[in-house]
Design a protein around this ligand. Structure first.
Ligand SMILES: C[S@@+](CC[C@H](N)C(=O)[O-])C[C@H]1O[C@@H](n2cnc3c(N)ncnc32)[C@H](O)[C@@H]1O
Length: 400
């Protein structure tokens, strides 16, 4: 494992439904045949691959390096087997550490207890070696150890990021119900936006979709400006390589080709979107931001792509949800004909009011809320020029 070899196991966690997208991303970073696991991927790699995934993967949430896997018969066994690991080869005494435990074991009554045993064992290991123990720090520790206990099977890993990687550093304030950045990136990739067509989000909220879209279209490494990475505290951290990779990614950035439109009827949301855009250094002349109702949207002529996440009444209250969704349907028919659109929503009921059949629906989760990404392709031209599938009024092409 990590201690003795240049190659080690890397496990990357993401949101349910984004595993394939993540596998593609890590393959571009250099991973060979990543294996799809529940909400993630795993593969073997070296430090350079680990650094590349941390900097460049846009859908990753946690990037873990496996330290040890073993079976236990008791909590004392967990302590002893953790004590046997050469933690001093992984990080030094002056680093703070914390343990995050995920426990799926019926026989464990107090689910915090396994993490406490691991913490004691690591501290005692240092005590034995150096007569001193490293300090525990709950928030932003130098080293975050992840414990997974599944029945009797233990996996101990080092979390390369520390905080989840969706925390890129551009989010400014606590607007309600923003999309998780990694989820937004995954939605963009599943929606099939080509990074060249003008992108519209008339329910932009804090602008996560257009901001992640701009990161993608400029070929930016999404996490290159983030400062906090626990991997910088791993023994053997190669700062030269880390900053060389950041430079390489910066050199590969490209200018935005398309324009972005974002709107929201709440002024605070529009201002937050503007701040995020500026914080990322995106050109303001490529963004048209409007503080208005989505019904006032007048798209520019030419090809366009609508990608939006309208309110769905669970975390946000919309006075008249059916009306909003009916009007979304009208907007698609009348203002996006001949174009593609994708609507991410947790309201199946709401989506029925759109009145158009999606080409495809992709199940995802927005936190605990089951949601779907609905992909539409809208016919252009007069009704006569369309094939006549049935008498139904849909102007959308059907799933192949
Ligand atoms: C689910 S949130 C979008 C969150 C966004 N994707 C983000 O990441 O922050 C829906 C947004 O729609 C806005 N909204 C609701 N009704 C609207 C309307 N009639 N016109 C324009 N915006 C509206 C709300 O203010 C809210 O910001």
């Amino acid at each position: 494992m990590l201690q003795n070899s240049d190659e080690f196991e890397i496990v990357i966690k993401t949101h349910a439904g984004l595993e394939e997208v993540l596998a593609d991303e890590v393959t571009v970073c250099g991973a060979i045949e990543p294996k799809i696991i529940t909400r993630g991927v795993k593969f073997n790699g070296n430090r350079e691959l680990l650094y590349r995934c941390c900097l460049k993967s846009q859908t990753a949430m946690n990037i873990l390096v496996t330290v040890a896997e073993f079976e236990i018969n008791s909590m004392d066994d967990l302590y002893q087997k953790t004590l046997d690991i050469a933690w001093e080869k992984l990080f030094s005494l002056d680093k703070t550490f914390a343990i995050k435990g995920v426990v799926y074991a019926d026989y464990v009554k107090n689910t915090n207890f396994p993490a406490l045993r691991v913490k004691d064992a690591i501290a005692d290991r240092f005590l034995k070696q150096f007569k001193e123990r490293p300090n525990v720090q709950k928030d932003n520790p130098d080293i975050l150890v992840q414990l997974l206990l599944r029945d009797k099977q233990v996996t101990l890993s080092l979390d390369a990021g520390g905080n989840p990687l969706n925390q890129r550093g551009y989010r400014m304030s606590g607007l309600e119900a923003p999309l998780n950045e990694s989820l937004a990136a995954g939605i963009l990739k599943l929606a099939g936006w080509d990074m060249k067509t003008d992108l519209y989000d008339p329910f932009c909220g804090s602008g996560t979709l257009i901001t992640e879209a701009a990161i993608m279209a400029t070929n930016k490494a999404p996490n290159a400006t983030r400062k906090y990475f626990c991997l910088k505290n791993f023994k053997g951290y190669n700062a030269k390589l880390w900053y060389e990779l950041i430079d390489e990614y910066r050199e590969n950035e490209i200018p935005l080709e398309c324009n972005f439109y974002a709107g929201d009827h709440y002024r605070g949301a529009v201002e937050t979107t503007r701040k995020h855009w500026i914080k990322l250094g995106m050109p303001l002349n490529k963004l048209e931001l409007k503080n208005n109702d989505f019904k006032s949207l007048e798209p520019a002529p030419g090809k366009k792509f609508l990608l939006t996440n309208p309110p769905y009444g669970k975390r946000l209250t919309a006075k008249n949800l059916p009306w909003v969704y009916r009007e979304i349907g009208n907007m698609l028919k009348h203002k996006f004909s001949g174009n593609k659109a994708a609507v991410f929503s947790g309201s199946e009921e709401g989506m029925k009011n759109v009145g158009l059949k999606p080409l495809k629906k992709i199940k995802l989760f927005n936190g605990p809320i089951e949601s779907k990404l609905h992909l539409f392709e809208i016919y252009e031209g007069s009704r006569k020029s369309r094939p006549k599938p049935n008498k139904h009024k849909s102007i959308y092409r059907k799933t192949k």
